[in-house]
Ligand binder design. Structure first.
Ligand code: ATP
Ligand code: MG
Length: 556
């Protein structure tokens, strides 16, 4: 063994002993290999030496360790910036992921997180990404939601290699159900819902479990032929009624729903539960890395048990935390009533965390991507505020957005100017006809002290003499610079300013502030959907243009 290696081992053993009271062989091995990877070629000798040296060091006094350590230097390697995700069992070209939304509502920023993670993992490994509509509940799903989800993903810049529908695979799912019954892994339960719940709570098995396989098979056939009424029979997995994980207490695999399905019509009466559908679909599509949010963690046990029962290979399930934003309803369940009760201006209300709402608010897809991916695959629950997303948006808009003047809550002031003036905003030439009257914001005006000189931004210095504005020629630049517009050469303008939609879980009545005023007439050239910056106000998106009035949404 080289002296080099001995001294590297000794150094790390001493350091580890000093840091933790005693040196730990495992920790020392790691450090030694990191510093001298070649030692791996003869691990037997390396381990022998590490053992000996660690034992020796662990007999030394603290003082001795400290004094000897002074002879060694530790060069901290700069941590390499992590590229990509840390994914188990991922081979280049082999990874297949999927994003499985249920088309039962409009996509929101939580879906963006899940979809971006699935998409980026596939991309990192040169794999495939599937968009799968998990549509097995005819009562909740609609074609318009399929369209909205696809539109949202396209807007985000997410491209899928295949688009699939669980409901196109019902025959295949039925075949797997038959297999489960035949092999004794599943049974038909005809108990009432209350009784099922009771037995689940008391951890007792249901007598339906013991019916013969033959009888089960016959009932199953009558179920899929549509001869059994809704609620009269379900297919259950033979789990473990004594399991501490309640998910395992004979969960439902399929149930009867007679409502017409938006895609399959009345073809099927028996629909698989999420737990069954996801396992079969992941296997049919050879998904290697199915990712889902942490709240499904208890269902992982069932996922794997079904893989065993169905003879499927276990994929590498990935869990990540659900995206929550403070005071925002990031869930279909919370969003729906707000829209249905008319508390917001549709699914694209700029206060909503829906993709349509964020788009209307002028939040760029790239900002959403950076924001949602910043949490990575961590399972840590956090509740950031909107600010963290909006900061990313500002970074993107700042270099590109054109600047304009907008005067909210205006006060009309007389001025000596009665001509056409020209001025430059961020290098861009503008002209305005002034006919003796201009607007500035009331709040700015109120902040002036008597005779204070201020700047009409990019135009002149003035002061208010009690009746009108008088131009002041001076070299010194005044502290206050206010944006202004000509009263006779400007456009009516309204800016919607979104605030937190919820407050202590309730609808916040003050969540929408509307600033009314006037903007430069040059704003007539802004296109609907364009992002601009109103000076001393913020980045805004032109939402709507009508004759004589512009409507903006405040972004950040
Ligand atoms: P909701 O609670 O809004 O109804 P959901 O989970 O029912 O959401 P699905 O369409 O079933 O919505 O979800 C599709 C995928 O998106 C799932 O993998 C789910 O884990 C993920 N997802 C949904 N909401 C979030 C969120 N807030 N953060 C991260 N991922 C989410
Ligand atoms: Mg769901």
């Amino acid at each position: 063994m080289s002296n080099d290696l001995t001294s590297i081992i000794r150094k790390h053993a001493l350091k580890n002993a000093l840091d933790f009271g005693k040196a730990n062989i495992g920790s020392v091995v790691g450090k030694v290999i990191a510093e001298m990877p070649t030692c791996k070629s003869d691990m037997k000798t390396t381990m022998q030496n590490i053992n000996e040296i660690v034992n020796e060091v662990n007999k030394m006094t603290k003082d001795k360790i400290e004094s000897e350590l002074k002879n060694y230097s530790f060069i901290e390697k700069p941590k390499e910036e992590k590229k990509g995700f840390d994914i188990q069992n991922a081979e280049m070209g082999e990874v297949i992921t999927r994003f499985p939304p249920e088309p039962s509502g409009y996509p929101h920023i939580g879906h963006a997180k899940a979809a971006f993670l699935d998409y980026e993992i596939a991309k990192q490994f040169n794999g495939k990404f599937i968009l799968r509509f998990d549509d097995t509940n005819p009562e909740k799903e609609e074609q318009k939601f399929v369209e909205a989800i696809k539109e949202g993903l396209v807007w985000l810049g997410i491209k899928w290699d295949a688009e699939t529908y669980t409901s196109d695979n019902i025959e295949s799912i039925y075949a797997h159900c038959s297999g489960l019954i035949a092999r004794g892994y599943a049974y038909i339960c005809t108990c009432k819902q209350e009784q099922i719940s009771e037995l689940r709570t008391s951890m007792k098995e249901c007598s339906c479990r013991n019916k013969s396989i033959n009888e089960q098979e016959q009932t199953w056939d009558t179920m899929i032929q549509g001869k059994v009424k809704e609620g009269q029979a379900i297919l259950r997995f033979k789990g473990d009624m004594k399991s501490l994980n309640t998910v395992m207490r004979d969960p439902t695999l399929a149930r009867i729903i007679t409502k017409k399905h938006y895609r399959q019509g009345t073809k099927y009466k028996v629909w698989p539960s999420y737990d069954l559908a996801v396992v079969v679909m992941d296997a049919l599509e050879s998904i290697t890395h199915p990712a889902r949010t942490k709240e499904y963690e208890l269902r992982d046990e069932l996922y794997y048990a079904l893989c065993v029962a169905l003879g499927f290979k276990r994929p590498n399930l990935i869990g990540f935390s659900r995206l929550e934003i403070k005071n925002a309803p990031i869930s279909k369940r919370l969003l729906k009533p707000l829209v249905e009760e008319g508390k917001v201006d549709g699914w694209d209300d700029p206060r909503l965390p829906t993709l349509a709402g964020l788009k209307r608010r002028g939040v760029l897809p790239e900002a959403i991507r950076t924001f949602v991916l910043s949490f990575g695959l961590s399972k840590v629950e956090s509740e950031p505020t909107w600010e963290r997303l909006l900061v990313e948006n500002k970074k993107l808009l700042d270099p590109v957005a054109k600047h304009y003047f907008f005067v909210p809550d205006p006060i009309e002031l007389s001025t000596e100017h009665k001509n056409t003036v020209s001025y430059r905003i961020k290098g861009e030439e503008r002209k305005a006809k002034i006919n003796g009257k201009i607007y500035i914001s009331k709040s700015d005006f109120k902040n002036l002290t008597k005779d204070e000189v201020f700047a009409l931004k990019d135009l002149v210095f003035v002061k208010f003499d009690g009746k009108k504005l008088i131009e002041v020629k001076q070299n010194e630049i005044p502290e206050k610079k206010f944006q202004w517009v000509s009263a006779s050469d400007s456009l009516k303008c309204e800016v919607w300013i979104p605030h937190d939609l919820l407050e202590n879980g309730e609808y916040n009545k003050n969540s929408l502030e509307i600033a009314k005023g006037y903007c430069e007439s040059a704003c007539a050239n802004i296109k609907e959907g364009e992002m601009i910056q109103f000076e001393r106000f913020g980045f805004c998106r032109l939402d709507k243009k009508t004759k004589g009035k512009l409507y903006f949404v405040y972004s950040c």
